[in-house]
Design a binder for this molecule. Sequence first.
Ligand code: HEC
Length: 145
Amino acid sequence: MKQSKLVAVSAVFITALVLGACSGEKEEVKLTAQQETEMSERLAPDGEVALASEVASAPVASTGGSRSGEDVYNSKCTTCHASGAAGAPILGATEDWGTRAGKGIDTLYTSAISGFNGMPAKGLCMDCSDDELKAAVDYMVENSQ
Ligand code: HEC
């Protein structure tokens, strides 16, 4: 009888301790509204947060559509393809483009998107979509025949 009372008392005591510890812990992780917002931003999946803050600056979003092949070429590809820097095939130089066109347009698209020797991936147009890059390749090939 005495022993069971002791067990009961210590059980109550232990429960109180555990509860005390838990509620204490709860106090510690209480966040301010500001901290909660910051934390949920950090935990949000990639892209979701970026989207909200980048919409205004993203060229594709601000023009409401994709850039034409000519625009992409003129703003991004001329650096190398107008001068032939690093051995880049020059726009309008049929001899430069003849053998390349022979590879098939899909191969050229892949080279533009993923890179090929001295040709950097995406032609260094990091915000270009695949379709914009393909349009730029079409523009280059069409004007080099
Ligand atoms: C930093 C210089 C540079 C820039 C910028 C650049 N290119 Fe190139 N590109 C090259 C070089 C060099 C080659 C030739 C690679 C080789 O044949 O070894 C090349 C080759 C290519 C080819 C032919 C690939 C093949 O398979 O024969 C295509 C298509 C092409 N570039 C598209 C583009 C497009 C589209 C852009 C702009 C979005 C661009 N390039 C921007 C350097 C550049």
